[in-house]
Design a protein around this ligand. Structure first.
Ligand code: SF4
Length: 338
């Protein structure tokens, strides 16, 4: 069995799926081969801490890896992503197969670290520092791709919503340089993609941080929409408070931009929204939905809702139900607060 057989286990959101796909391409470019877990000598667990019991999920994944590999100390296990950022080097004590812990920014250094760890079997590495700028990743745009491509345009978030761990696990917002985004979009289209989804934790705040290069989110949308070969353009996840007139107008003006938007409401009561620190209210959200539908009448909206936020009363909950009707969401991802 080759030392360069690898397997990636992924938990969580589209950003994590995207990170795992990039890591697979980067390792493949370095001569590694993706295999089932049973044949792997390098196993990466890419973790998420948004939903309940994230650490237990990771420990149970590590337990399964131990079982399948018979606890072989020659199998290199890496823990990456948000739970790695939170728990850090303590993973080395919890599971002796773990020899790499790479946080949200550290994952960009994982391919090189894995090669070093294979060459130095007694070494353990942790890559947990946040960077002050968006770190470009090697081999990001290489290799074949299906018709749908995901392109990261920013990392982290500055909003600190009361219930969310992202600013602590993914760090502060860092926009990617526009030329690098455009180069990756072009490369994906040249490799067969026809649809591109632009990704970011607070995607429509793109450019509004010190890593920004003066290009607004609306301007970026227009540039990507104009690329030859692109048939569909989407983005996820926008924050309602950052959806400006130019972003709304894009739905009227850019033909490739799909009439589909995920717009997280979270709660329909102004009191709960204030305590959540969402920085919009019912009226503002309804006005935004009306403006979006005026720009693109066939626009289909989906949303996220949290039920049972601390202090939520029956009246607050009824206010959320009213908003669901008023906004005519096509679907919602609804979670009990945890
Ligand atoms: S905007 Fe989104 S990612 Fe940022 S803190 Fe709020 S919920 Fe979390």
């Amino acid at each position: 069995m080759s030392e360069k057989n690898f397997h990636i286990v992924t938990f969580g959101c589209q950003m994590n799926v995207h990170d795992s796909q990039w890591l697979a391409r980067a390792l493949t470019a370095r001569g590694f081969t993706e295999t089932p877990l049973e044949e792997a000598r390098v196993v990466v667990v890419n973790t998420c801490s948004v939903r309940e019991k994230p650490e237990q999920k990771v420990m149970s994944a590590l337990g399964r890896i131990r079982q399948v590999t018979g606890g072989d100390p020659g199998v290199l296990v890496a823990v990456a992503g948000c739970v790695a950022q939170q728990v850090g080097a303590a993973f080395f004590e919890r599971e002796n197969q773990v020899r790499l812990v790479a946080g949200s920014d550290g994952i960009s250094g994982a391919p090189e670290a894995i090669e070093r760890l294979l060459a130095e079997p007694d070494l353990r590495l942790s890559l947990l520092d946040f960077t002050s700028h968006y770190v470009e990743r090697e081999a990001g745009a290489e290799g074949p791709c299906g018709p749908v491509a995901y392109v990261n345009i920013m990392q982290g978030c500055d909003n600190f919503c009361a219930y969310c761990i992202v600013p602590f696990t993914r760090g502060r917002q860092k926009s990617r340089a526009t030329p690098a985004i455009m180069a990756e979009c072009r490369a994906r289209l040249n490799h067969g993609a026809r649809e591109i989804t632009l990704l970011g934790q607070n995607v429509n705040a793109f450019g509004r941080d010190k890593s920004g290069d003066g290009v607004s989110f609306a301007r970026l949308l227009a540039q990507v929409a104009a690329l030859p070969g692109l048939e569909r353009l989407r983005f996820v996840t926008p924050h309602p408070k950052d959806m400006g007139p130019e972003d709304i107008a894009a739905f009227a003006e850019l033909a490739p931009l799909c009439p589909r938007l995920h717009l997280p409401l979270q709660a329909g009561s102004d009191a709960v929204l204030r305590r959540m620190r969402r920085k919009y209210d019912r009226r503002g959200f309804l006005d935004l939905v009306a403006a979006l539908r005026a720009a693109r009448p066939e626009l289909a909206l989906s949303t996220d809702l949290i039920v049972g936020f601390p202090g939520e009363s029956e009246d607050d909950f009824q206010a959320t139900l009213e908003m669901m009707e008023a906004c005519d969401f096509m679907s919602s991802f609804s979670f009990c607060y945890s």
